[in-house]
Design a protein around this ligand. Structure first.
Ligand code: HXC
Length: 514
């Protein structure tokens, strides 16, 4: 055969392999409002940068008539490309080929591109659309998953790992996304569960739809497994591009410094917080009053929203913001918000992103559900994550900082580098009402007019402790600042912390309260 004929043959083979599961399966995929595996990759990456590998990989299963089945690319597309001009590794499962089910060679393609990502120190993006372990391949499929999970763990904190759920992600398959940094889901398309509705019906006799069991909203609002919710696949891809623009592409780099504009003048810092400490407000307005162009990229917006986490920039530098949200449950720390904050703090620390913490909370949430649910263990994660983090840590106490909440929210005592407080800050063991009831109980109960006495004592306590100056007098706060000065103080703190280095005792690793 001449070279020309061989090239023609190659082109024909490529076209065949790129058909995926064929016309019927492809049109079923389209009817469900889903893009194909290659279409997804092309839509996500910079134009013309996708390079596919292992197109001709074949499965080698023989049981259950598998020997007769041709599965193009073994149900997964893998390759490299660029996003925002920087290299990434990517794979996308192809549901049109045997339901995107994971057999041994399918897994080998994924682990090969994961190994590339680790060696080349570039982000890994995995698009999941699969019926899970390929039933016909038995233990080989399980082996494949195990090898993926192992690499997810190796890569954790080394390169960013992004999971995109664009179809079913069933059975043990869910544990790969769960081991990665960010999980993106799309309304009506993403379905993620360990045991499906049929198993639940058989075992528990309960009926539930796949959407109610593990749809996109469930994972964003209730379970907290997903970090970003989109209405469409294209919106989801924009979110991923946005995320990658904020973060460094491996743990030896810092995020790119961007050109910047000042925050929008409509965010008047001195007017956002009501003077009554019991009145709520949206802390995201404080964040937007601090960030370049008032842009804030929120993470896990729909879950545990009593704490707000996400990225913004100050003077072009990416900052990880952690802020109590007084508009939701007064901004208390509880089981879910502790988990949410602690994981994000560890992410920022792993990827050299300075952390700015905005504090306004009455403390940890009291209650039997919280105690029995393990709020002690979960709450400890916040203490652990802040104490362990060695990136620059800047804290601004906006209003209330009571009790354990004061300590946990990146206090000086957990080695925050800079602690600032607004003049209305109240730093105390507990709120003035509770404190007065405890320490002046005798005076209040024996007074001629107990209520009048209580109010007087509350006022007395407030004047003594509910201000930032007692903490400032001890050096626990570095400066009491005007709200309008906050951006300047943070920018300066970041600038002078560029060479920060911290020495910890030598050990293999700590034992965080997982
Ligand atoms: C082999 C599979 C498969 C699987 C789907 N297919 N899942 N083949 N192994 N796990 C095949 C189907 O047989 C079908 O092939 C094609 O993919 C399309 O599937 P449909 O069922 O027609 O599609 P749909 O109606 O859209 O339903 C999708 C689905 C359903 C909900 C995902 O296929 C399903 O429930 N699959 C099983 C899900 C599951 O329980 N997985 C867990 C496996 S155990 P044909 O030839 O007919 O087109 C597991 C444990 C791993 O994952 C543990 C690791 C630690």
């Amino acid at each position: 055969m001449s070279l020309k004929r061989k090239i023609e043959d190659l082109i024909k083979r490529r076209e065949q392999a790129q058909q995926g599961g064929g016309d019927e399966a492809n049109s079923k995929q389209a009817q469900l409002g889903k893009l194909g595996a290659r279409e997804r990759i092309i839509a996500l990456l910079d134009r013309g940068t996708f390079q596919e590998y292992d197109l001709f990989v074949e499965h080698d299963a023989r049981d259950f008539d598998m020997g007769k089945k041709i599965l193009h690319g073994d149900g997964v597309v893998t390759g490299t490309g660029k996003m925002g001009g920087k290299p990434v590794c990517i794979y996308a499962q192809d549901f049109t080929v045997a339901g995107g089910s994971l057999g041994l060679m399918h897994a080998r393609k994924i682990t090969k591109i994961m190994d590339h990502a680790i060696k080349m120190k570039v982000p890994l993006i995995g698009i999941n659309d699969s019926g899970g372990a390929r039933v016909q391949e038995g233990v080989n499929s399980l082996a494949g998953y195990g090898e993926i999970f192992y690499r997810n763990t190796l890569a954790s904190g080394f390169i960013p790992q992004i999971s995109v759920i664009l179809g079913p992600c069933a059975g043990g398959a869910v544990y790969s996304p769960a081991l990665t940094d960010y999980v993106f889901v799309v309304d009506k398309i993403s379905k993620m569960f360990i045991t499906g509705p049929e198993v639940i019906k058989t075992v528990l006799g309960e009926e539930i739809s796949m959407e109610d069991l593990g749809g996109a909203r469930v994972h964003c609002e209730t379970a907290g497994n997903a970090h970003f919710f989109a209405e469409s696949e294209l919106e989801c891809f924009d979110q991923i591009k946005n995320l990658l623009s904020y973060i460094p592409h491996n743990n030896t780099e810092k995020a790119l410094i961007s050109e910047y504009t000042e925050p929008d003048a409509s965010y008047k810092m001195g007017e956002i917080i009501p003077s009554d400490p019991k009145m709520p407000y949206d802390v995201r307005n404080v964040i937007k009053g601090l960030t370049d162009g008032s842009k804030f990229f929120e993470i896990q917006e729909m879950w545990a929203s009593n704490i707000v986490i996400g990225f913004g920039r100050i003077h072009g530098t990416t900052i990880g913001f952690v802020a109590n949200q007084p508009a939701v449950m007064a901004g208390v720390l509880d089981i879910d918000s502790s988990d949410k904050a602690a994981r994000f703090i560890r992410y920022c620390d792993a990827f050299n992103i300075p952390i700015v913490t905005l504090v306004d909370l009455p403390g940890y949430l009291p209650g039997i559900d919280q105690e029995h649910g393990g709020v002690i263990r979960h709450g400890a994660k916040v203490l652990y994550a802040y104490s362990e983090a060695t990136v620059p840590k800047i804290t601004v106490i906006l209003r209330k900082a009571y009790g354990g909440g004061y300590i946990a929210m990146s206090s000086r005592h957990l080695q925050a580098d800079f602690v600032f407080a607004w003049p209305g800050a109240e730093i105390a063991v507990m709120g003035p009402e509770g404190a007065a009831n405890i320490i002046f109980r005798k005076e209040i109960t024996t007074a001629e007019n107990p209520e009048e006495m209580r109010q007087r004592k509350i006022q007395e306590y407030k004047e003594k402790f509910a201000n930032p100056y007692v903490a400032a007098a001890k050096g626990y706060i570095d400066s009491v600042i005007e709200p309008d000065e906050t951006r300047h103080f943070i920018a300066h703190a970041i600038e002078v912390s560029g060479n920060k280095e911290v020495f910890h005792p030598k050990k293999k690793h700590g034992i965080p309260p997982f």
